[in-house]
Design a binder for this molecule. Structure first.
Ligand code: XMP
Length: 513
């Protein structure tokens, strides 16, 4: 965007997105670009004040190490190298980087050597940081000085005359207790950025742009009931009202009463057209006999595309297809080469046939999830809609283990509804990141009254996570679990045993399939 003041060049660190969020939280608009972005491209940003070189898993001394266009170093802007970024700067300015004897992973204490340095304004002489490196700087680059050290490494360097800095640690991670101060010092004092990124302006700007682009044409949008598509619908609805038609596909694999609740929420909160398509019979018939998780995902994805294509054909008068794509989707789908991340494709667009030539509208494609939530609040969406736990595209289809049938889904819906209702009653819902139930293809023996039972086992799962890449199981109170189990066993037929999944990710994944 034209107000970008900071660019982050990505060398594939798992923390790159976090770095970008920290910059946005400082009210400065930033974008993440591949590490090998050309100088010409970088010069297209008229307000650019600084570049941050991210960390990355590689080593700068390897033959095929990822490099930047070195012309970048001659631009009259501030530069901060983080971890791999600092090692790369060291190499460009003729210092040395080698594999360390003592590698640092985890918390470390750094001691500031240059107390007066702007990077360390309001930072204690000894400060806890998060380190994650095997290589380290063994000879300072020419014209640089060491400004902080840890027991094992040179922790920060600064150019003697230019605003070029390197830090070996990850200031963006919360374990770096004063990392926020250091990043803000870089952004405000060194790069001299203005705090001009705010979501109110963003919303006004988007509404104006959507009006200009759409004019008097029609737009369709596939709603999932999740945060991203809801907020996209809200902002587009605000711009063009009834020119927007939202399509909500009932796959039969949604949570209990979800179809009714989602439709009601949209009808109450939005002045747009909403169309419910009941396709549950198709999904159940296509899923018949299929047990393997990936095969189920494929079938569900295909049914979804078929249904959506059908509906889209009926809306041939629509020129635009809107989507709730958000910035992490954009970063993860654009191959940065350096990135070790799995590349996701957007199944909702990817599969539409060629003859449906919609133009795309993606009003949230520059926003992070927490920013999307804030936009939702600002547009007046209800709290329950915005703070909903994520729900996977294939829905309960991957929470009924092995073959999916309507009967099994109904059992699971009942159990899951009890778990979620209880989490809300105990005020736990908003403190856990994602909670749900999985129905196992196992029956066990039990006793109810005087009778022997032989019924299904369900597994409760609740996790806490920041990025869903790693997660820990929630330490739910035992009394709470007791209450949930009692209600499930007493109220839901066909279930006589409940287990709680305490596996973290890794080694487990969040979903069972
Ligand atoms: P896993 O199970 O991979 O899940 O640890 C991480 C997060 O992604 C969600 N998830 C999915 N979302 N389609 C989706 O849209 C999928 O196929 C899918 N699989 C997992 C999961 O619910 C969790 O939030």
């Amino acid at each position: 965007m034209k107000n970008t003041q900071i660019l982050i060049l990505d060398f594939g660190s798992q923390y790159t997105q976090l770095l970008a969020r920290r910059v946005r939280e400082a009210n400065i608009y930033t974008e993440v670009l591949p590490f090998d972005t050309s100088i010409e491209k970088i010069k297209e940003y008229p307000l650019l004040k600084g570049i941050i070189l991210s960390g990355g898993p590689s080593s700068v001394y390897l033959q095929n190490a990822y490099k930047i266009d070195s012309e970048i170093l001659n631009l009259d802007i501030a530069i901060l190298g983080v971890c791999y970024g600092m090692q790369l700067l060291t190499q460009y300015f003729e210092g040395a980087v080698e594999l360390a004897d003592e590698q640092e992973f985890g918390k470390a204490i750094i001691t500031i050597d240059d107390k007066k340095n702007s990077l360390f304004k309001n930072v204690n002489t000894d400060s806890q940081v998060w380190m994650s490196h095997a290589d380290h700087v063994t000879k300072l680059p020419v014209d640089f000085k060491q400004i902080a050290h840890s027991n094992a490494s040179i922790a920060a360097i600064a150019h003697n005359t230019k605003p070029i800095y390197g830090i070996q640690f990850h200031a963006e991670v919360t374990h770096s207790l004063q990392g926020k101060e250091m990043l803000e010092n870089f952004l405000y004092d060194i790069a001299k950025c203005n705090k001009d990124w705010n979501l109110d302006d963003f919303i006004d700007q988007q509404i104006k742009e959507i009006k200009e682009i759409v004019k008097d044409k029609q737009v369709i949008l596939g709603l999932s009931g999740g945060v991203d598509s809801s907020v996209a619908a809200a902002i587009i609805g605000k711009a063009i009202g009834k020119q927007l038609t939202c399509i909500f596909v009932d796959t039969g694999l949604l949570r209990k009463n979800e179809t009714i609740e989602v439709m009601k929420a949209y009808e109450t909160n939005f002045d747009i057209n909403i169309k419910l398509v009941d396709a549950s019979d198709l999904f159940f018939s296509e899923l018949k006999g299929i047990k393997e998780p990936e095969a189920k995902r494929k079938v569900i994805g295909k049914c979804f595309i078929d249904v959506f294509t059908d509906v889209a054909r009926q809306h041939k008068d629509a020129d635009f297809l809107a989507q709730g794509t958000i910035y992490p989707d954009v970063i993860e789908s654009s191959s940065h080469g350096a990135s070790s991340k799995t590349i996701k494709s957007h199944h909702n667009v990817g599969g539409l046939p060629e003859d449906l030539k919609f133009k795309l509208i993606e009003p949230l494609r520059n926003l992070f999830k927490d920013e999307v939530r804030q936009v939702g609040f600002k547009l007046g969406l209800p709290e329950e809609m915005i703070n909903r736990h994520p729900f996977p595209g294939p829905g309960l289809g991957i929470r009924v283990i092995e073959e999916v049938t309507k009967e099994k889904v109904e059992i699971l819906q009942e159990v899951d509804a009890i778990f979620i209702k209880k989490l809300r009653e105990w005020n736990l819902y908003n403190s856990v990141s994602q909670a749900f139930v999985t129905l196992l293809p196992v029956k066990t023996v039990g006793v109810m009254g005087d009778n022997r039972t032989y019924d299904y086992v369900v597994a409760l799962r609740s996790v806490n996570t920041i990025d869903f890449m790693t997660a820990t199981s929630t330490h739910l109170p035992w009394e709470f679990l007791d209450e949930v189990v009692n209600e499930i066993i007493n109220k839901v037929d066909n279930v006589n045993r409940v287990v709680y999944d305490v596996t973290s990710k890794p080694p487990g994944t969040i979903e069972w399939e």
